[in-house]
Design a protein around this ligand. Structure first.
Ligand code: URA
Length: 434
């Protein structure tokens, strides 16, 4: 039997832990035998001392073994694809990529997460849809992927329960931005749900966890590709820009609306570009036998011919939700943030926008906090855009005037408007590692 204080102390002192020690710690935590405070202390020790490749693999493996696994590809007799992001501000990519890829005839069975620190989570976004159920049994999950072509669920008591508990703990203990914990959290979900090919979206920039640089992103990407390879999965990793929020909308219901607009070919350009790129890559990794260019054409067609929107509606109904945009919750107060001068937007910092959305009530400060699905920010002016004095930069959607006023100050401070264009100009996808 392990002594948990010893494991915390040894990791705190920078020692390596054995595979069995990591497994016992994680499985004991999942069974409720290791309390939250000890796991929190261990995560903080990992934050400062790190886990090496072997330890990260042992952690991932233990998380997969904490519950059941599904070989979705074998059950469906198809090659199943999946995507996952490391988390960013305004990142609603899964909500759009899932319906597009499924509409093109490739099954998608995805396990997502909730918000983490300043970044929103796909499950919280989906729960802004009245009636939507993120907890499906394994049988329901499989049947839905088979019958509808798409299911997105949360970690459950059966599937990766260790990640469900650890994720909620990391969210509120400042232990999110650690490569080994991010890599094991993401890859355990992907491995347990049986995707054969996975596209990972590693965020880079001030709104990425730990303000990840391109070099840091490469390291995290390689780590996840390695975990995928050990499990026999094909993994492609996109390094994408998170130096400004993705798209315009930040906040749960606001992001659902923007995702639906995007699958109807009416989304903001940077978000639409990422969605089409990720969708094309998933299609090219599927069993359709298409290359990237053909995948891109198929993805674009799905957004213009209505099939992605139709798939979205079937999927949301299948999980008990109402797909109409009219039923999404709306905040009672909307306050404009206007440009104090004319010029070019040279900076729209993602992190302060993420924090402002969280403080409006869109995220959690403690594990048991309720989320306000209606609140958030819509940043209509993005980096590189020319604005007139008094032009609306962003709209704050708030529960009351006081919180709207506080958020308006934070949002204005996130913008820089100058006479010169931004020094660096680049697209949303910065690099691809395969
Ligand atoms: N997404 C996850 O599933 N886990 C993380 O740790 C970060 C992003």
């Amino acid at each position: 039997m392990i002594r948990v204080p010893d494991l915390i102390e040894r990791k705190r002192n920078g020692e390596e832990l054995a595979d069995e020690e990591i497994a016992e710690l994680v499985l004991g935590f999942t069974r409720g035998e290791v309390p939250d405070y000890q796991l929190s202390a261990w995560c903080m020790a990992v934050y400062f001392r790190g886990l090496n490749g072997r330890e990260t693999h042992a952690l991932t493996d233990a998380m997969v073994r904490s519950g059941d696994s599904i070989d979705l590809g074998a059950v469906l007799g198809r090659r199943v694809v999946d995507k996952h992001s490391t988390g960013g501000v305004g990142d609603k990519t899964s909500l759009a990529v899932g319906p597009i890829v499924a509409a093109c005839g490739v099954p998608v069975g995805k396990m997502s997460g909730r918000g983490l620190a300043h970044s929103g989570g796909t499950l919280d976004k989906l729960e802004s849809i009245p009636g939507f159920r993120v907890e499906l049994s394994i049988d329901e999950f499989i049947s839905q992927v088979r019958d509808v072509g798409l299911a997105i669920v949360g970690q459950t008591g059966d599937l990766v329960p260790a990640d469900k508990k650890l994720y909620a703990l990391r969210d509120v203990t400042a232990t999110v931005d650690i490569n080994s914990l991010i890599a094991s959290s993401i890859m355990s979900k992907k491995i347990a749900t049986g995707a054969n090919a996975i596209v990972l979206d590693v965020k880079v920039g001030d709104g990425a966890h730990g303000k990840r640089t391109l070099d840091d992103g490469r390291i995290l990407g390689e780590q996840m590709i390695d975990l995928g390879r050990r499990a026999g999965r094909e993994v492609v990793c996109l390094l994408t820009d998170m130096d400004q929020p993705l798209g315009a909308a930040v906040g749960n219901a606001l992001e659902v609306r923007e995702a639906v607009e995007t699958i109807s070919a009416e989304g903001p350009p940077d978000f639409a570009e990422l969605v089409l790129d990720a969708s094309a890559r998933l299609l090219s990794l599927s069993d359709l036998g298409v290359d990237l260019d053909e995948g891109r054409r198929m993805a674009e067609n799905a957004t213009t011919d209505g099939s992605a929107r139709e798939m979205y509606e079937r999927w949301i109904r299948a999980q008990g939700g109402d797909p109409s945009l009219d039923v999404l919750p709306r905040a009672p107060v909307i306050r404009e943030v206007t440009a104090p001068r004319a010029g070019i937007v040279t900076r729209l910092a993602a992190l302060p926008i993420g924090i402002a959305a969280l403080e409006l009530g869109g995220g959690r400060r403690t594990k048991d906090d309720e989320i306000d699905h209606a609140v958030g920010i819509v940043c209509s002016a993005k980096r590189g855009q020319t604005v007139e004095e008094g032009q609306v930069l962003a709209d704050i959607h708030a529960r009351d005037d006081d919180s709207a006023a506080r958020a308006a100050e934070q949002v204005l401070a996130a913008y820089s408007i100058t006479d010169e264009p931004p020094r660096t100009q680049h697209g949303i996808v910065l690099e691809v590692i395969a």
